[in-house]
Write a protein that binds this ligand. Structure first.
Ligand code: SF4
Ligand code: SF4
Ligand code: FES
Length: 281
């Protein structure tokens, strides 16, 4: 029976360090199993978050040997080293040990007006083309593990950008709403002006870590960027939309219609002193 050393970062918001735990390797285990064995035998106060142990709740996100991963979906036999490091997600504030405060994501979620369908057909039903359903299906697989948010360098290394940048998980959400044929809200200016779509430089790191294999960059961010550019800079596309398509509500109109449903934009959350005339802190 071979041994493995799990080197786990432990601490809280005031600081911490790595603690090594030596255990026997057990065939078939995932990283979360080993963390549970450590809790059961060596460190009952080790904090980690988990729920399903099936890759579906998005709770057990951490960085395993430096890579943002789900602990419950990372098999030990895919990690060849005898010493494995586990650290909490770097992009979010530490609560304790492997548990981080991901509430930044819930603030960002509230910036985005929800799905808002128009009037139904005369027979009271809604109809969509199968091709439209197929296009958005991939986006609905998101389990909100926030690994894509964790790896995204725009906020991983630049805390101040959290004021201006929603991150890849919410670009997926914006794309799925923008591509929905029954939705009536135009969120493209919100994406461009307040949620920082332009900060993304298409590095695809988010796509690489997504446990649901959502093609975040190719299928959500790039099409969303193209739509935002069309709406902002292409006069022919703008005219074509005016002629062919239903007019969509702007986000401001939605705020006016349903102020309780949606939170103010990211910039509205900033203290006035934090922003200069160009909107930068
Ligand atoms: S592709 Fe964009 S959103 Fe994804 S990690 Fe890179 S910069 Fe961030
Ligand atoms: S898009 Fe993928 S990586 Fe990002 S939160 Fe959803 S499931 Fe996780
Ligand atoms: S415990 Fe639910 S995704 Fe890992």
């Amino acid at each position: 029976m071979t041994e493995v050393t799990m080197s786990i970062w432990r601490g809280d918001s005031s600081g911490g360090s790595f603690f090594d735990y030596n255990l026997e390797r057990v065939e078939g285990e995932v990283v979360l199993d080993v963390v549970h064995r450590i809790q059961a035998t060596l460190a009952p106060d080790l904090a980690c978050r988990w729920n399903c142990k099936a890759g579906k709740c998005g709770s057990c996100s951490a960085e395993i040997d430096g890579k943002p991963s789900l602990m419950c979906m990372t098999r030990m036999d895919t990690l060849p080293n005898d010493k494995i490091t586990i650290t909490p997600m770097k992009t979010f504030p530490i609560i304790r040990d492997l548990v981080t405060d991901v509430s930044f994501n819930y603030v960002m979620a509230r910036q985005i007006p929800p799905f808002t369908p128009g009037d139904p057909e005369p027979d009271g039903t809604y109809r969509m083309q199968q091709v439209d359903i197929d296009r958005a299906q991939e986006f609905h697989k998101c389990i909100e593990c926030f690994l894509c948010q964790d790896v995204c360098h725009v906020i991983r290394d630049h805390e101040v950008n959290k004021l201006y940048y929603a991150g890849p998980r919410f670009f997926v959400r914006l794309a799925s709403l923008d591509m929905h044929p029954l939705d009536t809200v135009d969120r493209r200016e919100l994406a461009r002006q307040h949620l920082g779509l332009g900060f993304c430089n298409i590095t695809k790191c988010c796509t690489e870590v997504c446990p649901e294999h959502i093609k975040i960059t190719d299928n959500a961010i790039i099409p969303l960027k193209e739509r935002v550019v069309d709406s902002s800079y292409d006069p022919i596309a703008w005219l074509g939309r005016k002629i062919r398509r239903k007019v969509k509500y702007t986000v401001d109109q939605v705020y006016a219609l349903a102020p309780a449903q949606v939170a103010p934009t990211a910039l509205d959350r900033l203290p006035a002193t934090a922003i200069d005339d160009e909107g930068k802190s």
